[in-house]
Design a binder for this molecule. Structure first.
Ligand code: FES
Ligand code: FES
Length: 160
């Protein structure tokens, strides 16, 4: 199958195309076929959130999403978020040391991005609830919530 991204169909804001089996999971198309290795493989079963990317402004788990389901949609990976310098959420993660090994971080940041698109000024409770299913084995959750709060209130913060 040829996935052709034209016009509104984009990967990190640019047209892209790749020939793959339409049942192939988006995670492997991104990582193995397109070399976008910022998206991580954790559980492979929609349980950990390491593979989170943005599709049409929603956080989705790319390990369980056949690529045929993104035809005609806009996809953002962690590489796309920082294209013109660190995004406010990325900068806040650095500022708050909101990671240790960093394996969960791209998924955390993109899940936070989806939250701030929908809820620009979330309460700590809303952040905790939204991020609850993204797992961090290093136990950085408290710093992750603080970073997201900071990003939401920064002068140029939020999901912009
Ligand atoms: S690798 Fe996709 S949710 Fe864990
Ligand atoms: S920073 Fe290591 S898994 Fe989250």
């Amino acid at each position: 199958m040829t996935l052709a991204y034209h016009g509104k169909r984009t990967l990190n804001g640019k047209p892209a195309s790749v020939k793959v089996d339409e049942e192939r999971m988006l995670l492997w198309v991104l990582r193995s076929d397109l070399g976008l290795t910022g998206t991580k493989f954790g559980c492979g079963e929609s349980l950990c959130g390491a593979c989170t990317v943005i599709v049409n402004n929603q956080a989705v788990r790319s390990c369980s999403l056949p690529v045929k389901q993104i035809a005609g949609k806009q996809v953002i990976t962690i590489e796309g978020l920082g294209q013109s310098g660190l995004h406010a959420i990325q900068a806040a993660f650095v500022k708050h040391h909101a990671f240790q090994c960093g394996y969960c971080t791209p998924g955390m940041i993109l899940n936070a991005y989806a939250l701030l698109l929908k809820t620009p000024k979330p309460t700590p409770e809303q952040i905790t609830r939204h991020m609850d299913d993204n797992l961090c084995r290093c136990g950085a959750h408290v710093r992750i919530v603080a970073a997201i709060q900071d990003a939401a209130t920064a002068p140029r913060g939020g999901a912009r």
